[in-house]
Design a protein around this ligand. Structure first.
Ligand SMILES: *Cc1c(COP(=O)(O)O)cnc(C)c1O
Length: 407
């Protein structure tokens, strides 16, 4: 396989990849659940706690200034990475789930009975429940964009669902269960024609695709740092300033107010209106370091390498008799969900773990997709730029071995 990445050098940045599991070298193929963290990001975390740990935006003292500056520089790195017009349109969150709930709760006062919210059939649970709760609060109705056997959204059906009743459209950029890259440009454009706002869940896409949010003209976009080489517990919500100004605050607390009396509180300007309390300061700074790390490697090189790896893995896995891959969209990335006829995915996952191979088994927080295929779940192998062709070979050999043991 041709690659412009120096994989061996890259792998040295991730000490965890050298460890053994059950006496075997670790083969980490659960990147869709969380990515590993390079030394450059770990060192940023250590430097913070060794050097300038302090609360931000409050102190006049030097440490607080340094922490505030580093945190705001991280916000600017996120702004630049996603090509966002203003840094105050970048809201730090605890992750994608938080970002979605912030928007869903905020929309309560904008919706009335009979309004419609459109979501795709391939959503993560975190992307379904908040909308159901929003519908319960407001009397709005949830409409679902169906998908086909390949795991692609049926776009004709989407266009038919849209009307002047549609107020919001929610869809993931990349499905964590199937790897489908959804046609979000078309989804956003069509929603805007009927006056609906669009939130795109970029959690799964962000490690593979560098989204240009101004070009997309999306209203909201949300990601989690831990799926793109950053730490857990931090993420970002992008919102167009028109929306963020209209949207009520999600939580009350320190940082988010301009003036407080017992009669009335005036909220702080963006982004602080949505950042109540002491944030994950170190996490935010480390998120910036993770973006630096990935951009240094380059997203084009990452995408090219991962595509090659996924294609190779697809061919090799399909050579196993009885193996079926779920999610065969023309446009997909870095995720292979599969089953072997007559074997429960959990049993395959357990044997693979004995061989040092980390995959995910189950419904991948996307039960409706499993119901669609009438299966209890799948085995999911998901790839990152630090995985190798040799690791794919270990996976394929492991699946063959599991099959022989279980059939
Ligand atoms: C992981 C994931 C989420 C949830 O992210 P959290 O970091 O757990 O909040 C949401 N949507 C998709 C598509 C995901 O892959």
């Amino acid at each position: 396989m041709e690659t412009s990445l120096d994989i061996q050098a890259i792998r040295k940045d991730f000490p965890i990849l050298q460890r053994q599991v059950n006496g075997q070298p670790l083969v980490y193929l659960d990147n869709a659940a969380t990515s590993q963290t390079p030394d450059q990001v770990v060192n940023t975390i250590v430097d913070y706690y060794h050097g300038y740990n302090a609360n931000i935006h409050r102190g006049v003292h030097t440490l607080s200034q340094e922490a505030t500056d580093a945190y705001e520089i991280a916000r600017q790195k996120i702004q630049k990475h996603f090509n966002i017009a203003h840094s105050y349109e970048v809201i730090f969150t605890s992750g994608t789930t938080h970002g979605i709930n912030l928007v869903a709760t905020g929309f309560t006062s904008f919706l009335k009975k009979g309004d419609e919210i459109v979501v795709s059939a391939m959503e993560h649970h975190s992307n379904i429940v908040p909308w159901q709760m929003l519908c319960e609060r407001t009397g709005a109705v949830l409409k679902v964009i169906p998908m086909n056997q390949e795991g692609e959204l049926v776009m004709d059906a989407y266009h038919d669902l849209l009307s002047d009743k549609t107020k919001l459209v929610f869809c993931n950029h990349v499905s964590n269960a199937l790897g489908t890259v959804n046609p979000i440009e078309e989804i956003i454009e069509a929603a805007h024609k009927v006056g609906a706002a669009v939130l795109i869940d970029g959690a799964q896409a962000a490690a593979h695709i560098k989204a240009d949010l101004q070009a997309l003209d999306v209203d909201f976009y949300t990601v989690s740092a831990h799926k793109m080489c950053g730490p857990t517990g931090v993420g970002m919500l992008y919102g167009k300033q028109e929306w963020l100004k209209k949207l009520p605050p999600y939580q009350g607390g320190g940082e988010m107010i301009a003036e407080v009396t017992f009669e009335k509180t005036t909220y702080a300007d963006l982004p602080h209106k949505f950042e109540a309390g002491t944030p994950n300061i170190c996490g935010g700074i480390a998120f910036g370091a993770a973006l630096d790390y990935m951009n240094n490697i380059g997203f084009d090189a990452i995408a090219h390498y991962e595509d090659g790896l996924m294609q190779y893995a697809t061919e090799q896995l399909l050579s196993i008799e009885g193996l079926r891959i779920y999610g065969t969209a023309k446009n997909k990335t870095s995720v292979i969900s599969f089953n072997i006829e007559g074997i429960h995915p959990y049993d395959i996952g357990t044997i693979l773990d004995k061989l040092g191979i980390a995959v995910r088994t189950g419904h991948h927080c996307a039960q409706p997709i499993m119901d669609f295929y009438k299966i209890p779940g799948t085995v999911r192998a998901s790839f990152s730029f630090y995985n190798t062709k040799e690791e794919v070979d270990v996976l394929v050999a492991g699946v063959k071995r599991a099959k022989n043991m279980l059939v």
